[in-house]
Design a protein around this ligand. Structure first.
Ligand SMILES: Cc1ncc(C[n+]2csc(CCOP(=O)(O)OP(=O)(O)O)c2C)c(N)n1
Ligand code: SF4
Length: 247
């Protein structure tokens, strides 16, 4: 008997660069939706960035919002189709720069949607510009001397912004090791379970490599996440069933 290795939702090979974290995250999301029997009920909302490459290869229904507005569109879909599993899939530039307001207000209203935010610390598709999540000192195409937090502010930690208000589920995962990918899958499953049981807003932020714009090998990119990015963005669950579970 042949073993099913690739989720049916991944209808074509992805178009991400070699070593990109988006490909792993796509697979994890697809596995969770299929295992929960939600593939036919899922509606994704995305806007711009490398996430958009999914629309041709990830076989669920998609709506493309204007830059940053995926959360607002997802809220509209969920309110009129509450039986659907409605999720946003966005990069950090999209969801936390132009879309910061939409992301925050969906959380502040505890809207019953799931936000998936892929934090690679830069604007990927447009060539590696500084994002709200760029680490202090990190060189990007628009901060060639390294990000100066005195003039550009501290990195945005969306989970710290949201964890003080009533929401259903908040977690931060990573794709830098197989163990972390397994944990990430549990986080995404719990987030979607929260939504489908009417438990309110759920968000999973994911630390993800962009070897192309970091100008690093994949190995160096994963090491960068382990040794640098996690210091600023600690992993784990922060809110579960509407209660704080972080220390
Ligand atoms: C209104 C508008 N402004 C700017 C852009 C250009 N733009 C396209 S993708 C992108 C950055 C996306 O970065 P991010 O959300 O971090 O996703 P990544 O590509 O890194 O996965 C920008 C600024 C646009 N498409 N529309
Ligand atoms: S530019 Fe970066 S985020 Fe975009 S597909 Fe390539 S590696 Fe992934």
């Amino acid at each position: 008997m042949s073993e099913k290795l690739i989720p049916n939702l991944l209808v074509e090979d992805n178009k991400f660069c070699p070593g990109c974290g988006h490909g792993i995250i796509n697979r994890v999301v697809a596995e969770v939706l299929e295992e929960m029997d939600l593939a036919d009920k899922a509606v994704g909302s995305l806007a711009v960035g490398c996430a958009c490459l999914m629309m041709d290869t990830f076989g669920t229904d998609w709506i493309q919002a204007p830059h940053g507005r995926a959360a607002a569109v997802a809220v509209g879909v969920k309110r009129v189709r509450p039986e659907c599993c409605v999720f946003t899939y966005q990069g950090d530039g999209d969801s936390l720069a132009i879309g910061f307001s939409e992301t925050m207000y969906a959380a502040l209203r505890n809207e019953n949607i799931t936000a998936i935010i892929v934090n690679n610390g830069i604007f990927g598709m447009t060539g590696g510009q500084m994002a709200p999540t760029t680490l202090p000192g990190q060189r990007t195409t628009t901060s060639p001397q390294g990000r100066n937090a005195d003039t550009t502010g501290q990195p945005v930690n969306i989970i710290n912004q949201i964890k003080e208000v009533p929401v259903g589920y908040l977690a931060r995962g990573s794709v830098d090791t197989a163990k972390e990918i397994n944990k990430l899958k549990k986080y995404i499953r719990t987030a979607i379970e929260t939504q489908m049981s009417g438990g309110g807003y759920s968000l999973v932020e994911i630390l993800s490599p962009c070897p192309t714009n970091w100008k690093m090998t994949l190995e160096a990119s994963l090491d960068h996440i382990k040794t640098k990015v996690k210091e600023t963005y600690p992993l784990g669950e922060y809110v579960k069933n509407g209660e704080r579970v972080d220390a």
